[in-house]
Design a protein around this ligand. Structure first.
Ligand code: TYD
Length: 206
């Protein structure tokens, strides 16, 4: 069987990833196309435990590097439990966040640098870079407004607007360095954004 396509969604908190993933799933249902929807960090039993650890608002003293390594560890487990088997079964994998989140959040916003993030992720993701990454291009201040504020129990969402602006800049940088990384125009309503996504995926979904 032909290997399935690997599609990842990226964006700042509140950028509308979950809404767009839902609309894409409904679209694929109508086509009877085989797919799974999953997320990072988490998506499988052990990876969800790592997720709880890394996002727990009580872990205030976690070092930046520990955080980056935990995201990479969750990624490794999730790839082997969920992503690779589904791709091998010919299913499209739609994943909410992947290594570009580590580049934007840990590499840029935390300041660990792109090189370090690539180094700790290179073995983890070897051979499994997304066929297409859809970056929901909406500035963090607009995204937060849509979302009605941050979740106080989430370590990442507790970070201030400055942090999230750096995340956004990090994503903008990915546009230059990764040819499979696409910015999705999100200025319209959710149906227009969905249409923009389908247009980007038109060669993949047939
Ligand atoms: P989640 O609740 O899934 O956020 P969202 O709904 O915005 O996608 O939490 C995931 C958080 O983890 C989010 O703040 C981004 C962060 N993250 C990283 O910092 N690095 C990573 O590599 C990944 C996958 C996520």
């Amino acid at each position: 069987m032909m290997k399935g396509k690997f599609i990842t969604f990226e964006g700042c908190e509140g950028s509308g990833k979950s809404t767009q993933i839902k609309l894409l799933a409904e679209y694929l249902d109508k086509l009877n196309a085989p797919y799974i929807v999953t997320r990072e960090p988490g998506g499988s039993e052990i990876a969800e435990k790592i997720r709880n650890l890394v996002l727990d608002g009580k872990n205030k003293n976690m070092s930046d590097s520990c955080e980056a390594l935990l995201y990479a560890a969750a990624r490794e487990q999730h790839l082997s439990d969920i992503v690779i088997p589904a791709l091998n079964a010919g299913k499209m994998v739609i994943c909410d966040r992947y290594v570009h989140s580590s580049l934007a959040y840990q590499g840029y916003a935390r300041g660990l640098g792109e090189e370090y993030i690539r180094a700790i992720n290179s073995r983890v993701i070897s051979g499994y870079m997304p066929d297409i990454t859809l970056f929901l291009d909406i500035a963090p201040e607009d995204a937060f407004r849509r979302k009605h504020g941050a979740d106080k129990n989430d370590r990442m969402e507790q970070q201030g607007l400055e942090f999230h602006r750096r995340v956004y800049e990090g994503y903008k940088h990915c546009l230059k360095s990764d040819k499979n990384f696409y910015a999705v125009d999100c200025r319209g309503n959710k149906e227009q954004t969905h249409a923009n996504i389908i247009n980007i995926l038109k060669d993949i979904i047939k």
